[in-house]
Unconditional design. Structure first.
Length: 264
């Protein structure tokens, strides 16, 4: 039986124990509360929290940026497409400091770009739209440290009960093979981080092999980048093709500025 904590809400463990199911109306939540249905009460508390967030957004952030939202209502012209993991700890707008209308975002388990040979996919459709219609200037594939998808790819634990994840991770399989063969001594989180990096490069390869992307790169209208966000330090690393290493984005920018004098 899950106990209720009336002082500070619920512990993470308790929240994770909430059984899946419809959330129900607030009246229903209250009824469950009254009848001692702790799980229903917890779900109600979670919904209240997120709806409070919506109300706060409408009263503060939206009002303060109302002119911007009125302009955005007529269209978007983001300059960046970010393809990143669905992980809740990775927040593209927070990491980059960019706001509404500035980043077109694709998220999935493991920041994966299925190769063109995989056939139609949500990722392919969104990338095509971003490149051809929105004419984004930069596409960033962004992995992150402690990635659950990449950890599963490595040790395959738990994948038997997640067949959809297991199937999707096939598009990242080369990253696992590379790490196992080239970095046999790596273990633990170092091994995971290396898979994260290799996976970003594999997905960049898939991205470049898309017709719309390769054509835009050839026309010098598009650049693609590989990033890794380190959750524990806030550091963002960018792949440097010259040194074949991931380096801090600030250094990457500095190096590029010195070489070319400007960035497209
Ligand atoms: Zn992840």
């Amino acid at each position: 039986m899950i106990s209720r904590n009336t002082q500070v809400g619920y512990t993470e463990t308790q929240v994770n124990q909430i059984p899946a199911g419809p959330l129900g109306s607030s009246e229903e939540v209250s009824r469950r509360h009254d009848t001692g249905n702790a799980a229903g009460s917890m779900r109600g508390q979670l919904m209240r929290k997120i709806i409070e967030g919506v109300r706060s957004f409408q009263e503060h952030e939206f009002k303060e940026n109302q002119d911007l939202f009125l302009v955005l209502a007529h269209g978007q012209s983001p300059r960046y497409l970010v393809i990143t993991c669905s992980d809740s700890r990775v927040v593209p707008h927070l990491i980059t400091g960019l706001g509404p209308g500035e980043i077109f975002v694709i998220r999935n388990a493991g920041n994966i770009v299925p190769p063109p040979t995989a056939g139609p996919s949500g990722e392919a459709a969104s990338i095509e739209f971003a490149v051809i219609e929105l004419k984004v200037k930069h596409v960033i594939v962004c992995g992150h440290s402690h990635c659950g998808a990449m950890t599963s790819l490595l040790n395959r634990e738990g994948l038997e009960r997640l067949p959809a994840v297991a199937g999707f991770l096939q598009f990242a399989e080369p990253a696992r093979r590379i790490v196992k063969t080239r970095y046999p001594r790596l273990a633990g989180e170092d091994q995971v981080t290396q898979v994260v990096k290799e996976n970003v490069l594999i997905q960049l390869g898939h991205l470049r092999s898309m017709g719309s992307v390769s054509a835009a790169i050839r026309r010098r209208e598009l650049q693609v980048h590989g990033w890794v966000f380190m959750i524990e330090t806030g550091e963002v690393l960018s792949y440097d093709a010259t040194s074949k290493q991931f380096i801090p984005v600030e250094r990457w920018l500095q190096d590029r500025s010195q070489i070319s004098g400007s960035l497209i």
